[in-house]
Design a protein around this ligand. Structure first.
Ligand code: PEP
Ligand code: MG
Length: 604
């Protein structure tokens, strides 16, 4: 009886188990799990005697020196593998260790309050951390994690602890949470993938994993409680899944997808230097959508023509609304434009409200229809003016364009232009150099603007169609509500018609128009968009080679015909089949990959 139950238990434990999370870095990893538990650092708190003070201060200083040395190494690896922008995360951590306020405060706590060094370090860092955590923002949380990383490093070095707990090479790391430094160090051990209990899609770990090409799934609640080191697992970064003890059938499917994706990546490398041109020689400009300064290196890596959408709200969240003044903003904008010059950067002005947080305590019943984007900026010149000034100053450092978010009324753009003119006048009076002709564009994300695109095109230098919001306003479907997700159809005939209308209006007025919503990152939609007359797409950088592959397999006349046909299809499934068939006929290899990664790139 006893034996039977053991057998049943072991049979049970070998059954396939699936855990869902959020896929933040594409790819498939198959192999043994390695449960990584950070060493619990014990921070003892005690008072020291007068006679111990000098030695405790020296111990602290030695720990700082050792930590700086470690960070120097990590920075070098990050620099080599990911480029200078990503390495900046660790440089920032080093800067904190060189910060005079930090160094003197800790020393004062040791000397004046007789705190031991660990306690003094922790007290200083915990004040800054709790301020960041209290903001409730994911971005500040990330900064708070950086501080924790610095603290752990220092305290470990106070006790002369080892740098890295051994990670089994060629394993899939499972951890409660990971720091950016963990990922960099693990990448030297050839980890196959990583999965965590927590984390957000825009966390440093997610960014690093994407940059390194390591498949990653985050936010799998309690994954560390359900998995043991040595468990055989499949990590599916496409669909955000971790499968423990996969069945033969599951495994075969994933092995095939893994191979296909590998082939796809190999082919993509070859695509990067190639022109983004249709079969009949028409150039389709491919730009990147970025949110963080650390991502700037991806522009070159994936062969983008420039940055089509830089969502500046993330810079504010990372740097703190109150500290991110004109000068601090100027430094960021300058670094970004000069690092990608002569390619252009399109900075979108602070787009707050809706699903994005507000720096002020303000609650609304219907935030998507409320105080958002330009509406806030016009009401809060203390936000708009410094940003405009910082951007204008950066125009001398490299080409940039200014994009105005969430415009719905003509009056808003008129008012905005008056303010811009006032700022320019101030610059002229003070002889501050700037580009007089800096292009000004608007996001076309409200149907009222798209329908009157003719008129709006007279007021601005370019359009950027934000299909994420345009879809939700056009179809009256909340973009973040799962209950109505099946109605959120970016390729519905009404959406295609309004995109066409906008593109034609821009064309008539001779202003460039791009698509920068998620639709632009969907290779299944590329041919249709070209057929509607779209000549510029701005997408997540890692998708650009796939999109280029489709661009290079299309002829304008065919794309126009396809767009015409799809414009008549009201059923999402029929439309999807039609587009899949098109890919099958025009890019068969890519079709095979799409079929196997089902659900990751397919339009619904
Ligand atoms: C959009 O609405 O399509 C867009 C690009 O802006 P965001 O997703 O930042 O609202
Ligand atoms: Mg939007």
């Amino acid at each position: 009886m006893r034996q039977e139950s053991t057998y049943a238990d072991s049979f049970e434990s070998k059954k396939e188990r699936i855990y869902d999370g959020l896929g933040v870095s594409r790819g498939i990893a198959i192999g043994p799990a390695y449960l990584y538990a950070r060493d619990e650092l014990h921070i003892d708190q005690h008072q020291i005697d007068d006679s111990e003070i000098d030695e405790e201060v020296s111990r602290f200083k030695r720990a700082v020196t050792r930590s700086l040395k470690e960070l120097g190494k990590i920075t070098a690896v990050a620099q080599e593998k990911l480029g200078s922008q990503s390495a900046g995360i660790f440089e920032a951590q080093s800067l904190m260790l060189k910060d005079e306020t930090f160094l003197t405060s800790v020393e004062e706590r040791i000397r004046n309050s007789h705190n031991n060094a660990s306690f003094a370090i922790q007290s200083f860092i915990s004040v800054s951390r709790s301020r960041m955590e209290a903001s409730g923002s994911e971005y500040f949380q990330e900064r708070a994690n950086d501080l924790l990383d610095v603290q752990d490093r220092l305290i470990r070095n106070l006790h002369r602890g080892k740098l890295l707990s051994a990670i089994e090479p060629n394993s899939i790391v499972i951890s409660s949470n990971l720091t950016a430094a963990d990922i960099i160090l693990f990448s030297r051990r050839n980890i196959l993938g990583c999965a965590t209990d927590f984390g957000g899609p825009t966390s440093h770990v997610s960014l690093m994993a994407r940059g390194l090409g390591v498949p990653a799934v985050i936010n799998i609640k309690k994954v560390t409680k359900n998995i043991e080191t040595g468990d055989f697992v499949v990590l599916d970064g496409f669909n955000g899944r971790l499968i423990v003890n996969p069945s033969e059938r599951t495994l075969t499917g994933y092995r095939r997808l893994q191979e296909r994706y590998q082939e796809l990546l190999e082919n993509e490398k070859a695509l990067v230097p190639l022109a983004s041109e249709t079969l009949d020689g028409e150039c389709i400009l491919l730009y990147s959508n970025l949110e963080f300064q650390e991502e700037v290196d991806l522009v070159g890596k994936y062969g983008a023509h420039g940055i089509g959408l830089f969502r500046t709200e993330f810079l504010f969240l990372m740097n703190g609304f109150h500290d991110y003044d004109e000068e601090a903003q100027y430094q960021t904008y300058k670094e970004i434009v000069s690092s990608i010059s002569p390619k252009v950067t399109t900075f979108r002005l602070l787009d707050l409200g809706g699903d994005k947080m507000l720096p002020m305590s303000h609650r609304e019943h219907n935030p998507f229809l409320g105080w958002r984007g330009i509406r806030i900026l016009l009401d809060k010149p203390e936000l708009l003016r410094p940003q405009l000034k910082a951007l204008l100053r950066a125009t001398v450092d490299g080409p940039l364009r200014i994009l105005v978010p969430m415009v719905s009324h003509l009056k808003e753009i008129e008012q905005f232009k008056r303010i811009l003119e006032e700022v320019k006048d101030e610059f002229r009076a003070k002889e501050i150099p700037f580009d007089e002709d800096v292009p000004i564009g608007i996001m076309v994300e409200v149907p009222a603007v798209a329908i009157m695109a003719n008129r709006f095109a007279e007021e601005v230098d370019f359009f950027s169609i934000g299909t994420n919001d345009l879809t939700q306003y056009m179809l009256a479907v909340d973009r973040g509500n799962n209950m109505v997700a099946d109605l959120y159809q970016e390729l519905s005939p009404s959406m295609l018609s309004i995109i066409k209308l906008t593109v034609e209006a821009a064309e008539r007025k001779g202003i460039p128009v791009s698509i920068c919503g998620e639709l632009a990152s969907n290779p299944l939609a590329t041919a249709v968009l070209i057929g509607l007359g779209v000549k510029e797409l701005s997408a997540s950088p890692t998708f650009l080679p796939e999109i280029k592959r489709v661009v290079r397999s299309v002829r304008r006349s065919e794309a126009e015909l396809l767009a015409k046909e799809v414009l008549q299809i009201f059923d999402a499934e029929v439309r999807r089949k039609k587009l899949m068939k098109w890919i099958r006929n025009h890019a068969p290899d890519y079709y095979a990959f799409l079929c196997e990664s089902e659900g990751s790139s397919a339009e619904t």
